[in-house]
Design a protein around this ligand. Structure first.
Ligand SMILES: N[C@@H](CCC(=O)N[C@@H](CS)C(=O)NCC(=O)O)C(=O)O
Length: 94
């Protein structure tokens, strides 16, 4: 579920839901840079469907949030920048 892009390890199974104005989101981006990881991201400011999706499946509209494709057809949603960063760190050990 990962590939290499521009020297970064791209984690295809993780998508970050963010807003440009969100400082906690920037914290996640900084961690991604430090860990030399990249993930897909969706700007909720310009994507109404994604806002609905996040609220419907994640349970709240707070960002940052990530959607994790677990590989068995199931999806996990995670909030809280520090929890997200911890989870990203675990991906280095896989
Ligand atoms: N403790 C959270 C705080 C996240 C937070 O406050 N996010 C703000 C944007 S910076 C937000 O989404 N507020 C709107 C909401 O909670 O629905 C974290 O570390 O991720």
């Amino acid at each position: 579920m990962s590939s290499s892009q521009n020297g970064l390890t791209h984690l295809e199974h993780i998508t970050l839901y963010h807003r440009p104005s969100c400082g906690y989101c920037r914290r996640v981006y900084r961690a991604l840079e430090d860990l030399q990881l990249s993930i897909n991201d969706i700007n909720l400011g310009s994507d109404y469907d994604a806002r609905v999706e996040l609220y419907k499946h994640g349970g709240k509209s707070q960002v940052p949030a990530i959607r994790i494709e677990l590989g068995n057809g199931k999806t996990q949603w995670m909030y809280e920048s520090l929890d997200i960063i911890d989870y990203l760190r675990t991906q280095l050990e896989r």
